[in-house]
Design a protein around this ligand. Structure first.
Ligand SMILES: [Zn+2]
Length: 161
């Protein structure tokens, strides 16, 4: 985190005591208004290279430019606001592209058309982590891949280089 805003605003006789986290990606060099995720108090801040240069100064009745990414209440255990709560925190938009969020493809043949070992399920006889360090009896262990390999050979899809 670049910095935090520990909100001490008096809410109903008790301090708000919410820590609003300023993530460096958005707030490293930033000037504007940000809301407290719990009580909604708007603070003006000016950060330069991750340091709070000015603020946080309360701005009553003004609208925030940005929300914190998340906030929590360290004095109340795990209570907090996670990313993407409307009007409180910003959504987290740093996930990898959707094509990278699925399952890995099982590759059975190398780019030269030769069978590879890194697919599953491996038989229990393979031992720990399914490894066959010196002998990979593909014909016996995976007759279907063996058949596919023979067909690839016939079609001339297996090369050395
Ligand atoms: Zn607050």
């Amino acid at each position: 985190m670049a910095d935090v805003i520990w909100c001490k605003k008096d809410v109903g006789g008790k301090p708000c005591n919410t820590v609003n986290y300023l993530d460096p990606y958005c707030f490293w060099n930033w000037e504007g208004k940000i809301n407290c995720a719990e009580c909604g108090t708007v603070y003006y801040i000016h950060t330069i290279q991750g340091h709070m240069y000015r603020g946080p100064d309360e701005k009553q009745g003004e609208k925030p430019d940005l929300s914190p990414l998340y906030a929590d209440k360290p004095l109340e255990g795990y209570k907090g606001y996670y990313p993407g709560i409307k009007g409180k925190t910003r959504p987290y938009e740093c996930l990898p592209r959707h094509i990278y969020l699925g399952k890995a493809d099982m590759v059975k043949f190398s780019i030269r058309g030769r069978p590879v070992r890194g697919w599953r399920p491996q038989p229990p006889s393979g031992g720990l982590a399914g490894q066959f360090p010196y002998k990979w009896d593909i014909q016996k262990l995976s007759p279907d891949v063996w058949k596919e390999y023979q067909e690839k050979k016939k079609k001339g899809e297996v090369k050395d280089w």
